[in-house]
Design a binder for this molecule. Structure first.
Ligand code: BG6
Length: 476
């Protein structure tokens, strides 16, 4: 008899402020790093820390500025989520709505009020908010004045921000995540940590120093949450997806282990409370010297996370053979060697439901803490049929297979708190800035150039997901 999804399993969806809200300067909100990310080919050099203009350039299109206008339409959107039966909505707070510059003496009341209203609206329908403190957006002032997370001062600014929102929402939010996909910092340092590099700088050194600051800040946030909010659950958040060795050559196997450890490094610190030996070796061998302050190690050890949040889109493949290395495909930022056994999405992301089960098992074996799947989904181009309906069977197929794999993981003994699929309503793509890369059960009339009415409409998958939730995952 196979295991069922547990009673109270948190089915729902996940969004992020910068990809959804728009209203990028409304009600006192400060400019954030993502507000300076254009779409198209110009986007990538910014994302890796190569450039920043510190101010939007006239004539450039910035998708976050209006996004899907959730700021003004959240009631309509939440009503649609409620119609699907959502038990949880993962969303992020924009730091710059609360502290427009990041280092302000007082928070911005209008920003605090906005999230109060959103949380109240969710509770009206019995939807549990799952809230990320930092989802790829840093107040630009902190980048300009302090060099963002390379500077130790960010730890205190973030702690103040965390304490402020915990105190304000202590009766409304019991699930929190600190940094979205914290391991992304190594791959997209501007996106993950607002880092911008000057020519000739030692980027590895700066990235790991910034990582240390985020890790300490994350622990201090866990500490504050535990002190302020009764029965709170605070999680970390990993961009997950196991790395397979291309062959059984031990060099490939070692390489796969090393690649996974680039990511596990963060979660090892957040969940086990100390820097792992392999990271210390990596620092020694690469002349990286992470500056710690007195007390940092104690803070990391004392305030570990309660659960492991993760996103899963794809597994990855690695090889040490230069010939095989030539066959690559894209992925959730981490490019990968093409897996000959698997298909890819229209954006080249490998589709691997079994890898989802394997990844969940790997994480549970490693940390022995409850897991929360806080992102999963298929980005695809949607076209309406002659009746104007989007019949997104490909999306249903992707999600169905992943939910089955998740059930297998539960059957394996993995403890899972919930599943919030990515972008239940179409939102701006983080990697490309496009609207045409859609994940939603709900279509939004908006295109890559910023045209469209913002009207919402239901896709076929809307009705499908509704009955998945209604049957607690039985009716797939
Ligand atoms: C994750 C991010 O990396 O993947 C999300 O946490 C992002 O912000 C999601 O949107 C999907 O990526 P993309 O590039 O298809 O939007």
């Amino acid at each position: 008899m196979s295991a069922q999804f547990p009673e109270g399993f948190l089915w729902g969806g996940a969004i992020a402020a910068n990809q959804t809200e728009g209203a990028y300067r409304e009600d006192g909100k400060g400019l954030t790093t993502v507000d300076l990310l254009p779409t198209g080919e110009k986007r990538f050099p910014f994302m890796v820390g190569g450039l920043t203009s510190f101010t939007p350039i006239d004539g450039e299109f910035y998708p976050s500025h209006q996004a899907i206008d959730f700021y003004h339409r959240y009631k309509e959107d939440i009503a649609l989520f409620a119609e699907m039966g959502f038990k949880a909505l993962r969303l992020s707070i924009s730091w710059a709505r609360i502290f427009p510059h990041g280092d302000d003496a007082e928070p911005n009341e209008a920003g605090l009020q906005f999230y109060d209203d959103v949380f109240d609206e969710l509770h009206k329908y019995g939807i549990e908010p799952v809230v990320t403190l930092a989802h790829f957006d840093v107040p630009v002032h902190l980048v300009k004045e302090y060099g963002s997370w390379r500077n130790r001062k960010l730890v205190n600014f973030f702690e103040t921000y965390a304490q402020t929102v915990f105190s304000r929402y202590k009766n409304k939010v019991k699930y929190w995540l600190t940094f979205n996909e914290i391991n992304m910092l190594l791959h997209l340092p501007y996106v993950g940590a607002g880092l911008v590099f000057q020519d000739g700088e030692d980027e590895e050194q700066i990235k790991y120093q910034a990582a240390h600051h985020q890790l300490v800040a994350s622990s201090l946030a866990v500490k504050a949450a535990h002190e302020i909010i009764p029965n709170v659950q605070v999680g970390c958040m990993l961009a997950a997806g196991m790395t397979y060795p291309y062959s059984s050559d031990p060099d490939d196997v070692q390489d796969a282990l090393d690649k996974d450890r680039d990511s596990f490094f963060f979660i090892d610190v957040q969940s086990r409370g100390e820097y792992p030996g392999y990271a210390k070796r990596f620092f020694r061998e690469n002349n990286i010297s992470v500056q710690m302050e007195a007390g940092d190690e104690e803070v990391l050890k004392a305030h570990t996370v309660d659960f492991i949040g993760f996103s899963y889109y794809s597994s990855r493949v690695t090889s040490t053979d230069p010939e095989i290395q030539k066959n690559t495909t894209s992925g959730n930022v981490f490019g990968s060697i093409i897996n000959p056994y698997l298909k890819t999405s229209e954006w080249g992301w490998t589709i691997d439901p079994k890898g989802f089960r394997i990844t969940a098992n790997q994480l549970y074996d490693r940390y022995q803490k409850p897991l929360f799947v806080v992102e999963n989904g298929l980005g695809a181009i949607d076209q309406a049929n002659e009746n104007g309906v989007i019949e997104d069977d490909y999306r249903i197929e992707y999600l169905r297979e992943h939910i089955k794999a998740m059930r297998e993981a539960i059957n394996d003994g993995v403890e899972l708190l919930g599943y919030t699929s990515w972008g239940p309503i179409d939102i701006v793509s983080a990697s490309t800035g496009e609207m045409k890369k859609r994940y939603g059960y709900i279509h939004v009339d908006r295109d890559n150039q910023g045209n469209g009415s913002f009207d919402r409409s239901k896709k076929k998958s809307f009705h499908w997901y509704k009955q998945v939730i209604q049957s607690n995952g039985e009716n797939l």
